[in-house]
Write a protein that binds this ligand. Structure first.
Ligand code: NAD
Length: 458
């Protein structure tokens, strides 16, 4: 990238989105400052250690030729920034509304420290409810007024669509980039920031090769309000798609069909597409549950009834109950049984356990008096930290979780679970019961190894 094209970018929030975006923007040539208020995160990153588990990320952190720096001091790094990206958390409040306190705190700091003679473009990358771009603008203006200053600046909305576990890949090779901006100058600067990705003029990192046949991503330019709604619409649709196939999984079981065959049969129709049609224990993670609740809350404020989205939420809860019902069906009595849970992360290739189906399933099992053993290749620490008082047995291997268990339940489709030595594992168990909450195993093969096997919708 030519020097004139390089931008000074400040990213506030160094979590899954902020860190990945910062490292990727540094990799494609910009000068990036990643800011986090958590000093422990910054210290680790300064030592080249990734604070999240994301394939390929640590290699780029250590290999960025100084393009990316890390700090907990936003105020002194703001002057001189061309673009400030807000990527802090937007958790759900108990009523489903979005907690914008982190976003607003950042907006206040920006207003306190930005140079009114050379204001940066502010970009909301956090997932935020409709109107947040305007709210951020108002908060920044309030802070400028307190300093006796005023200036013209833009707040754009640039929702993020990356998938954890594929975060770098999705950032470097996205399907589309959505930018909601009111003025052309801001839009042009954001376009400049993404130019190497939009035109794919960078050498792909070794750990994250460009997919074969990849088409250049579309730049979708909209109003900030449409951009904000696009994010919620996308996540609601994807959540609904999973809940839809899960609903049909229940019929498939009753009539003796196999939902994986049904999903293949419909997914090949281009109007439907094959993605997000894996029946199972349901969706979780840091996005779908809170975003679905948030848009339901917003819809309620506008007297709109999003019945399909509401139903998706209810079907999703039912899937976890179905796992318990399957165990009850096969074990008969849960109290006193030992159940080995395989997988704590909400999906494979991440250590993120936020709203993971495992949390609810384990809670139900403990409430019912089961002894619960758990194994996850990377998410154990996050689980331990989040539920320090929970009475579960942490295991180092699948075999350890299986030993003396009455049942195993797969809740995350980690690759390693797809090729386990099932005959040996079965021989360690009290009873060979297996609930495959991700439909990742071959039912006949498991039955051949002596397991009483139950998938979802098969
Ligand atoms: N995780 C995903 O897969 C994903 C995908 C798309 C969109 N999003 C959205 O992106 C946003 C960020 O998500 P995440 O998963 O990266 O969050 P995260 O919780 O992993 O990271 C947020 C970071 O922001 C930091 N932070 C909070 N307040 C701060 C402040 N005032 N100054 C500096 N740092 C501050 C926190 O310390 C934390 O490290 C959310 O709105 C989320 O909904 C997430």
């Amino acid at each position: 990238m030519k020097d004139a094209e390089k931008l000074n970018i400040v990213i506030v929030g160094t979590g899954y989105v902020g860190l990945t975006t910062g490292v990727a923007l540094g990799y494609i040539g910009h000068r990036v400052t990643c800011v986090d208020k958590d000093r422990a995160i910054i210290e680790k990153l300064e030592r080249g250690i990734s604070t999240i588990y994301e394939p390929g990320l640590e290699e780029l952190i250590t290999d960025d030729d100084g393009a990316v720096s890390f700090t907990d001091d936003l105020l002194s790094h703001l002057p001189g920034a061309d673009i400030v990206i807000i990527a802090v958390g937007t958790p759900a409040k108990s009523n489903g509304d979005t907690d914008l306190s982190y976003v607003e705190a950042v907006a206040r700091e920006i207003g306190r420290a930005m140079d009114p003679k050379k204001p940066p473009v502010i970009v909301n990358k956090s997932t935020v409810p409709i109107g947040t771009a305007r709210r951020v603008e108002t908060v920044i203006k309030e802070e400028l007024e307190k300093r006796g200053e005023s200036c013209c600046f833009s707040v754009a909305s640039n929702p993020e669509f990356l998938r954890e576990g594929n975060a770098l890949h999705d950032t470097l090779y996205p399907d589309r980039i959505v930018v909601g901006a009111e003025d052309m100058q801001a839009l042009n600067l954001i376009r400049q920031m993404y130019a190497p990705i939009l035109e794919q003029i960078f050498i792909p990192p070794q750990a994250v090769p460009r997919p074969e046949g990849y088409n250049l991503p579309a730049l979708v330019t909209t109003s900030p309000t449409s951009a904000e709604l696009i994010k919620y619409t996308a996540n609601s649709f994807l959540a609904m798609k999973i809940s839809f196939i899960n609903e049909f999984a229940a019929i498939a079981e009753k009539v003796g069909a196999d939902i994986t065959e049904v999903a293949k049969g419909i997914g090949l129709d281009r109007r439907i597409g094959p993605g997000f049609l894996n029946a199972g224990v349901g969706w979780g993670g840091s996005c779908f549950p809170k975003d679905v609740r948030s848009i339901l809350f917003t819809a309620g404020q506008y007297n709109c009834d999003l019945q399909m989205v509401q139903a998706a939420l209810e079907v999703n809860y039912r899937q976890k109950v179905r796992v318990i019902e399957k165990l009850q069906g096969m074990l008969k009595v849960i109290r006193g049984s030992t159940v080995g849970v395989l997988g704590l992360a909400f999906k494979p290739n991440t250590d993120d356990i936020r709203e993971s189906p495992a949390i609810e399933v384990i809670r139900m099992l403990l409430d019912m008096g089961a002894r619960v053993k758990v194994y996850d290749p990377v998410a154990e620490n996050k689980y331990r930290q989040t539920f320090p008082d929970q009475d579960v047995v942490y295991c180092r291997t699948v075999e350890e979780a299986a030993r003396d268990s009455d049942a195993l339940v797969i809740l995350t489709d980690w690759e390693e679970f797809s090729h386990l030595p099932w005959p040996e594992i079965g021989s360690l168990m009290n009873r060979q019961v297996l609930v495959d909450g991700r439909n990742m195993l071959d039912a006949e093969e498991l039955a051949g190894c002596g397991f009483k096997y139950s998938g979802i919708g098969r």
